[in-house]
Design a binder for this molecule. Structure first.
Ligand SMILES: Nc1ncnc2c1ncn2[C@@H]1O[C@H](COP(=O)(O)OP(=O)(O)O)[C@@H](O)[C@H]1O
Ligand SMILES: [Mg+2]
Length: 252
């Protein structure tokens, strides 16, 4: 099952993606592949992983693909190189960081192979959670998988609802099939929120000051925090909110 999370920058996509991943693992729905598809990669940070530098897919240079050793085909070589980008954790989820779409080592020519790789790798994981950038466009360049559930995250601000409207439109134009799309209201504090036509509001995730990203030298390191520790430490309602949403959307 492929779950994608999108929404305007800062609404809480990475926070929610990491909480979904932790909840899936806790509910024994693993292994999970966490895909960080935001060029400002920080899903690993929220998941409490010290991610080694240079492990992003976009760090692979096109010329590296061309240097396939004798006896190994280009496609197999690409698969080996991409497989090396999967950061395996001991926590029932692995992480794949996409990095910047067109970096200095632009690999436009291998995009098709990349899509095939993603399709294949997704089959090895019963659950794939993709933390997207605000727009959805580059996702379609990198995957032709069907997305089972797309969560469009908003916070109770007008501007994030406008962004959600745009995501809805972009999603309709993408060549990817998206089976279910839902609005999730994050940082909720009992505000009145409006509806977006054609999209079900699946639930609310309450605002919680322990979730917000204030650095705590006792709890965090500079390079990582584990969001679920914050939530657990506070015995937060947020866990319940996430659980309810996953149950309601048929994921759990
Ligand atoms: N439910 C919540 N309550 C309080 N703060 C939150 C909540 N969800 C996210 N945040 C905070 O909002 C900020 C942006 O979250 P983040 O997940 O990085 O957003 P995005 O990935 O959409 O850019 C972070 O400081 C995060 O800690
Ligand atoms: Mg993010």
């Amino acid at each position: 099952m492929i779950i994608a999370v999108s929404g305007k920058g800062g609404v809480g996509k990475s926070t929610i993606s990491s909480l979904i991943i932790k909840q899936l693992v806790e509910s024994k729905k693993f292994p999970v592949l966490a895909v960080d598809a935001d060029p400002n990669s920080n899903l690993g940070y929220y998941l409490g992983i010290d991610c080694p530098a240079g492990i992003a897919v976009s760090d692979l240079r096109e010329d590296e693909f061309k240097k396939n050793p004798a006896g190994i085909s280009k496609v197999d070589w690409l698969n080996i190189k991409m497989q090396e980008c999967i950061f395996e954790t001991a926590k029932d989820f692995d992480l794949l960081v996409m990095g910047r779409p067109e970096g200095p080592g632009c690999y436009c020519a291998v995009n098709n192979l990349l899509r095939d790789f993603l399709k294949k790798i997704s089959r090895q994981y019963p659950f794939v959670v993709i933390d997207n950038e605000a727009g959805m466009e580059h996702l379609s360049r990198r995957t032709n998988n069907e997305i089972d559930v797309l969560f469009i995250v908003v916070e109770p601000t007008n501007i994030s609802f406008l962004a959600a409207e745009n995501i809805k439109k972009t999603a309709q134009q993408l060549p990817i099939k998206i089976k279910k799309k839902y609005i999730v209201v994050n940082k909720y504090q009992n505000e009145k929120v409006k509806n977006i036509e054609g999209l079900d509001m699946i639930g609310y995730i309450r605002y919680n000051k322990n979730v917000s990203d204030n650095f705590d030298p006792v709890r965090d390191t500079v390079s990582r925090c584990d969001i679920s520790n914050r939530v657990d430490a506070d015995n937060s309602e947020i866990k319940n909110d996430i659980q309810k949403i996953l149950l309601k959307s048929g994921i759990l």
